[in-house]
Design a binder for this molecule. Structure first.
Ligand code: ATP
Ligand code: MG
Length: 330
């Protein structure tokens, strides 16, 4: 079976971007592949976090993973910091990554503009930790949104470089990017992707938002001054985003949707898209409430799954340590 690794940062509550662009596609993969889905908490430290909130968000994210349909019996669901090999391999890989490569990462440019008071080294080497996450598990396929494509490329480059020096050590992973709903944009600035860490709460819809909040955010969504409902990302980013969201929640094609809304107003579109999101999220919210109430159950899952992940990770790390010339502990 091919192996899959992917993760989400507990840097905020999950948005419909994370869901429609990532997690939703992970559900059917569980039956076909051997999957590891991680709560990548170490990555969130690149931005200042409130400790108590971070802790809570990591557990909530696990509950939300399960509410979305990730099954801890089928997949390994775990927290990154519970498997110390992530940080250990990241150090080694740092020494096989060039500054010039990191300088080209657009996420670093975006995030260092946003957090200009705290441009720390972790923010800069973020892609190396992500490479370690993936390579530790000898991952074949990495399901990610379009926004992470560049990070997967650098992961492949690092793996190939290491393999070139020391012989086959890492599986070189492939990106698995779904065609539709792959990138959900901000409802306020539709040229930018929707992010759970956006300061403007009207920019995103959280999976746990109430019906009222969801409808209000869609009503306020930024569109354009025309009247025609047509998919055109360049000229009509706001309307196109609403169409993609509707398509991802209903499985209707873009052209079906354009037909459905012929002669209708932007207000009608917003109403219908909002409703379809509310309906999509209802069962997720129900299950989330059940799981998140049961802390003992969540903790038991975390422990068991971290052990499983650590076992695989340790094998890769030992191999790497041996290849680069570190003395085995015996
Ligand atoms: P942050 O703002 O803290 O970076 P984020 O919303 O970008 O949060 P991540 O944890 O960085 O979320 O990414 C988790 C997964 O969700 C990744 O696979 C990423 O590609 C995907 N993803 C993030 N935002 C979007 C989006 N707007 N549309 C589609 N997929 C997305
Ligand atoms: Mg992100």
């Amino acid at each position: 079976k091919k192996r899959i690794f992917s993760g989400v940062q507990p840097s905020g509550n999950l948005t419909i971007g994370n869901y429609l662009g990532a997690i939703k596609n992970w559900i059917p993969m569980q039956d076909e592949f051997e999957c590891l889905y991680c709560v990548v908490d170490l990555h969130t430290l690149t931005v200042r976090q409130k400790p108590a909130e971070l802790r809570q968000r990591s557990l909530n994210l696990l509950a939300l993973y399960m509410a979305c349909g990730l099954d801890p019996k089928k997949s390994t669901l775990f927290i990154q910091s519970h498997v110390s090999a992530h940080a250990e391999l990241a150090w080694i890989l740092n020494c096989y990554t060039y500054i010039g490569e990191l300088n080209r990462m657009t996420q670093f440019k975006d995030k260092s503009q946003k957090h200009s008071d705290n441009i720390n080294a972790g923010l800069y080497t973020y892609p190396v930790l992500m490479a370690a996450d993936i390579l530790l598990y000898q991952t074949d396929l990495v399901p990610i949104g379009q926004d992470q494509k560049q990070h997967l490329e650098i992961t492949r480059d690092i793996a190939e470089r290491f393999n070139g020096i020391y012989g086959d050590t890492f599986v070189v992973p492939e990106a698995y990017i779904p065609k539709i709903g792959a990138k959900i944009m901000s409802l306020q600035e539709p040229e930018k992707k929707m992010s759970k860490s956006d300061e403007n709460e009207n920019a995103y819809v959280f999976l746990l938002d109430s019906e009222d909040a969801i409808m209000r955010k869609f009503k306020r969504a930024v569109t354009d001054s025309e009247r025609e409902i047509r998919y055109d990302v360049e000229k009509k980013p706001g309307i196109s985003n609403l169409i993609s969201i509707y398509s991802a929640t209903t499985n209707k094609s873009i052209s079906e949707i354009e037909k459905e809304f012929e002669g209708k107003s932007y207000g009608d579109l917003k109403e219908v898209v909002g409703q379809s999101v509310v309906e999509t999220l209802k069962p997720v919210q129900q299950k989330y409430n059940e799981y998140s109430a049961n802390k003992d159950y969540l903790n038991a899952i975390l422990k068991e799954n971290a052990d499983k992940a650590a076992y695989i990770a340790r094998k890769t790390l030992s191999k790497v340590y041996r290849k680069v010339g570190l003395v085995p502990r015996g």
